[in-house]
Write a protein that binds this ligand. Structure first.
Ligand SMILES: NC(=O)c1ccc[n+]([C@@H]2O[C@H](COP(=O)([O-])OP(=O)(O)OC[C@H]3O[C@@H](n4cnc5c(N)ncnc54)[C@H](O)[C@@H]3O)[C@@H](O)[C@H]2O)c1
Length: 327
């Protein structure tokens, strides 16, 4: 029988799509999620309903920071030799109001996953979510994997840098192959209601004001979900070796390698919905950065990752889902 693969955060946006791709490829997937109410739980349940149609899928509601619970899962369904770890408390802005959640899920939770992998004989590869926010207020663009990441401008970013550090040390100490993927603003069907694409689509459809920060002077390397999933799976198949970095650990950027003007992104959503936005220009928010742009040369060289979806192609697919889900 094919080995079970563990996907944490399986009810989340990226975890759902990753699990779906693996299930369609015939992999046996165990999904974990604590189904917290950071955003609408019914969306998480609706994603799980799609996954549950597959016989090769098992879902377990658990908190990754609960060591005993995780050990139980590992002994019942593991030992997992491949883990895609996407569960985290996401969101830059929320971390200003709710700092402790970030430490529990992103630091203690990450440590628990590392401990599980450490105690798994013949462990193959842990692929975990980092974020473009680790680049903080760096001025040099595009963001390159060798750039220094020591100035996080939100607690969320600080937890993601910490995860990378913790992972490096565990790789070094216990020879655990790991890759940290720095995702750049992911969008697409089944996306997160706290992120700009759904916030914009909802406001435009309802005819309410669209909040646009820094007076619209922002750029983002928007990355379509299918490209992200292709990158995660391509990475999983290429575990780093001890020779790579004095430890079998590496970090890679997963972006679209194209920084889009926020106002162009909004125009594409307006076009998809056939309705004009009522823009409300607002000042820059704490913890936010003006521009993101991913250098993906190393990712492409090591994994073959090559994003193919422009916003002109991706936004209509997102809008099609948005209209059918929120009808
Ligand atoms: N979406 C993006 O643009 C983006 C960008 C950079 C990094 N990331 C990272 O990618 C990963 C996935 O993000 P997403 O957009 O799918 O977010 P998401 O919030 O949709 O998914 C995360 C899932 O993890 C679950 N979770 C949170 N804390 C948990 C815990 N302690 N135990 C078990 N489950 C827990 C949540 O219930 C949620 O379903 C996260 O690590 C996030 O930080 C995402």
């Amino acid at each position: 029988m094919s080995q079970n693969i563990l996907v944490t955060g399986a009810a989340g946006f990226i975890g759902f799509h990753t699990a779906l791709r693996l299930l369609k490829a015939g992999r046996y997937v165990v999904g974990i999620d604590n189904l917290n109410d950071y955003y609408d739980v019914s969306l998480k349940n609706a994603r799980l309903k799609e996954l549950s149609a597959f016989k090769n899928f098992i879902f377990i509601k658990e908190d990754i920071s609960n060591k005993e619970g995780m050990e139980k899962i590992w002994s019942e369904y593991g030992s997992f030799k491949e883990v895609i770890h996407l569960a985290a408390q996401a969101g830059v802005r929320y971390s200003i109001e709710n700092p402790y959640t970030y430490i529990t899920s992103n630091i203690v939770g990450h440590l628990t996953i590392l401990e599980m992998c450490r105690n798994t004989e013949g462990f193959k590869h842990l692929v975990y979510a980092s974020s473009s926010s680790v680049y903080g207020g760096n001025k040099k663009l595009p963001y390159c994997i060798d750039d220094r990441v020591e100035s996080p401008i939100s607690l969320y970013a600080a937890t993601k840098i910490s995860d990378e550090m913790m992972s490096y040390s565990y790789s070094h100490l216990y020879n655990i192959p790991q890759t940290g993927l720095r995702f750049f603003t992911v969008y697409g069907p089944w996306g997160r209601p706290d992120m700009s694409p759904i916030i914009f689509a909802k406001a435009i459809s309802e005819g309410s004001k669209v909040p646009v920060f820094n007076n619209g002077d922002m750029k983002r390397d928007f990355t379509y979900i299918d490209d992200i999933v292709s990158g995660i799976i391509a990475t999983l198949e290429k575990p780093p070796t001890l020779e790579d970095n004095n430890a079998p650990h590496r970090t890679l950027n997963l972006g679209n390698n194209k920084s889009e003007n926020l106002m162009d992104f909004i125009s594409a959503i307006e076009k998809g919905l056939g309705k004009k936005a009522i823009i409300e220009f607002l000042p820059m928010q704490d913890g936010d950065v003006k521009e993101t742009y991913a250098d993906i040369k190393e990712t492409t060289a090591l994994t073959g990752y090559q994003p193919t979806t422009s916003i002109e192609q991706g936004i209509p697919k997102f809008i099609e889902w948005y209209k059918s889900y929120y009808k």
